[in-house]
Design a protein. Structure first.
Length: 134
């Protein structure tokens, strides 16, 4: 057994659908809840405010992609499916924001989300690679 196998949660690799997908669904609800807010807290200064908000986009979609990979992981193409799910959810999130007063959908946010998702998955790949070579 490779060392990386010891890092996996047993319930994920051998568990059922709920054990794999519940964290993904909970995280999607968290994203939806933040997107439903007409206004979000702001930092003083446009630069810092933009950096915080775009950094949050990047980070929450990195987490969504990682959780999705965890759910897809026993399957071939898990990285690609996880990235696709995160990007499609980012698209629906921006569409949802078009119905929230004070919020506006932005294609750049989807691009930031896609980059965050890709970065999260690359980090998983690097960690797997590091521990599988030990």
């Amino acid at each position: 057994m490779r060392r990386i196998d010891k890092l996996r949660v047993t319930s994920v690799s051998g568990g059922g659908l709920l054990a794999r997908w519940l964290p993904v669904l909970v995280w999607m609800v968290v994203i939806f809840a933040f997107s439903a807010q007409p206004t979000l807290p702001s930092l003083p200064g446009a630069f810092w405010d933009t950096l915080m908000k775009k950094g949050a986009h990047f980070t929450v979609y990195a987490v969504l992609a990682a959780l999705s990979w965890r759910a897809f992981e026993p399957r071939r193409g898990a990285f690609g499916w996880a990235w696709l799910l995160a990007v499609l959810y980012a698209c629906t999130d921006e569409f949802h924001q078009s119905f929230v007063p004070g919020r506006h959908p932005m294609v750049t946010d989807v691009l930031i989300d896609a980059c965050g998702a890709a970065t999260g998955l690359v980090l998983i790949w690097l960690i797997q690679r590091k521990f599988s070579n030990v």
